[in-house]
Ligand binder design. Structure first.
Ligand SMILES: [Zn+2]
Length: 301
């Protein structure tokens, strides 16, 4: 049973908006693409763990803390006797180990997920001991991308390669397991300890004037949106979305980009650009958000 589904991190969502609406620096764009790829790997792995039929509890994407040290866990699978802790990686291409260091094909050294795994599994063990909820932990780095190859890795390292993922999960699935209140308590504990950090300090600087305004396509992020009587149609991919849903989505985007803003009809009207009638915006806002204040001072939450 999935106790905590994966949630797309706010940092990644906002970076996606920024990538559409401004030119990110080379480093920021690289960071965005790497976060996006990592998240896609987690989505893929979670879609597989969701299919487990044994008695188990899964907890996905939690940020925990022990002794003032934060550590991220991509996937936890709680069985009767064991907690499987998975560090999911979506690396693509050729990598190799040399003198216990990890390199990508072009010879540049990379952060070794095994070190990350050692650190976080040790912190998790200490945290559990501290809570009096000790259970044995099996920690693995799980590489999910079928285009990934790793040369010179030792057979004894706790690594699951793409060709082994199905077997790994099949093994878990056929492990005898009966859960009780203790396991439930453990899963709930992880969820309650999950730290939610505001994404803003980690984002590149941006301001209203720097961002390209307009409704974008919810599928392909294109700005070529044509507004009809009821629907918006994307000129690039042909995707159709109701005007109401597009405006609501755009307001949520503005709220994430500028959390301190008090959103008014005029601002949304100016931002959306393609919707010609201010009243229409006002109607949609009134129906979907809570209005605070009156007339010229009214804003929406
Ligand atoms: Zn589109």
């Amino acid at each position: 049973m999935n106790k905590k589904p994966l949630i797309k991190p706010a940092e990644l969502i906002i970076l996606g908006f920024l990538n559409t609406r401004m030119t990110l620096s080379k480093d920021d764009r690289k960071n965005y693409l790497s976060l996006k790829k990592g998240y896609e790997g987690e989505v893929l792995f979670n879609s597989l763990t969701d299919k487990l039929e044994c008695e188990c509890l899964t907890v996905n994407g939690v940020l925990l803390e022990f002794n003032n040290t934060k550590f991220q866990i991509d996937s936890l699978i709680i069985l009767q006797q064991t907690i499987y802790m998975n560090e999911v990686k979506n690396f693509e291409g050729d990598y190799y180990y040399e003198k216990q260091l990890l390199y990508s094909a072009n010879g540049s050294e990379r952060k070794d997920p095994l070190l990350q795994l050692k650190r976080s599994s040790s912190l998790l063990r200490q945290l559990l001991q501290n809570l009096g909820l000790y259970m044995p932990i099996e920690a693995r780095v799980v590489y999910v991308n079928p285009e990934f190859t790793l040369y010179q890795a030792s057979r004894n390292e706790p690594i699951i390669f793409p060709t082994q993922v199905n077997r790994y999960l099949k093994n878990i699935n056929t492990t005898p397991s009966k859960l009780n209140g203790k396991h439930e308590k453990l899963a709930n504990k992880f969820i309650s300890l999950d730290i939610i950090e505001p994404p803003y300090p980690r984002l590149p600087p941006y301001g209203y004037d720097k961002l390209r305004k307009g409704i974008t396509c919810e599928l392909c992020s294109s700005f070529s949106i044509f507004v009809g009587v009821n629907n918006c149609v994307c000129g690039d991919c042909g995707h159709v979305e109701s005007v109401e849903s597009a405006v609501v989505r755009t307001v949520r985007e503005i709220k994430l980009l500028f959390p301190d803003w008090k959103i008014t009809t005029s601002e949304v009207f100016e931002w959306c650009k393609v919707i010609e009638c201010r009243k229409r915006i006002s109607r949609i806002l009134g129906k979907n958000f809570k209005i605070i204040g009156v007339r010229n001072w009214a804003y929406y939450e």
